[in-house]
Design a protein. Sequence first.
Length: 335
Amino acid sequence: MSPPNEVSAAPDHPLHHSQVANGASFHVVEQGRGPVVLFLHGFPDTVETWRSQMQVVAENGYRAIALDMRGFGNSYSPDDPALYSGALIVGDLIGILDALHVPSATIVSHDWGADHGQRAMVMRPDRFNGIITLGIPFLPRGELSTWDLLRSRGLGDLYYAFDMMKPETDDRIRDASKTIPSALYWLSGEPAEGTGWDPIDAKRNMFRPAPEVLPSWADPAYVKHNIETFQRTGFRGGLNQYRGVQATFEHLAAYKDVLIKQPSLYIWGDADGLCRLFHPVPPTVEEMRETAPGLVDVVRLEGVGHWPHHEARERVNAEIIKFLNGLNATVSATV
């Protein structure tokens, strides 16, 4: 691991940037001290998405660790889609914990980061003691892969991910100065009802031209960072997350029907097009405990879209600390 580069975030809780070697190089950011909270971002995003949450976690006595996931930012980004299996990405997470001498961690995750975090909970319950998931309900590995399941529902020609996997998409969305603002706006709860992102309606796709004015919740520095990052790297690594799903299914055969038994929390925005597709009727705690028996609560955020940790950051931050404090109180009581 290279020496950390310290960048001040607050006088008592500076940020530390480093490149962590785990057979490959991963950009890792740390803040605070205490029980470890590992932050996993999605697409199209970077480690910077968690700045508010990391600050709050550090202020409340925890050690926040976040990374540019495989395929993103300054982390390992192979071109081969076969190298984006969730099993390999869980290996990335374990390797980072090992390199930082961390025995266990609680996961906070969003979008593709949530999917990988959920696989980590199933595959390595010895290393991950709880998970907070934003916007992606857990679906255990079943008889069919995610893509085959969608095809069986007649969505093979409609679901947005099948378009994302086409080779020409890499070039079509290459201009990050347009792609990033479009995704932030259309996936959020800001557009008028009936105009936001719909994952099965190509006319309401996330890469349509967006209004020139950024959403009120979007931090200009965060947006600038993501635009500059993806202008440099392109989106191929992120798109490979979609292309690696079939490999994930094949590699996780031994985990068929395995549930998440550790404590978990599900947070979702009711204006998120993906959540509306996943669960048209708001899910109850009891229903979601069928796949995650340790679920503590389901938090529904009204008028919030696919970016709850930005759109409703104060509420999300409060829920994160509540969950962490409850989890660690339980751990302390059993020691």
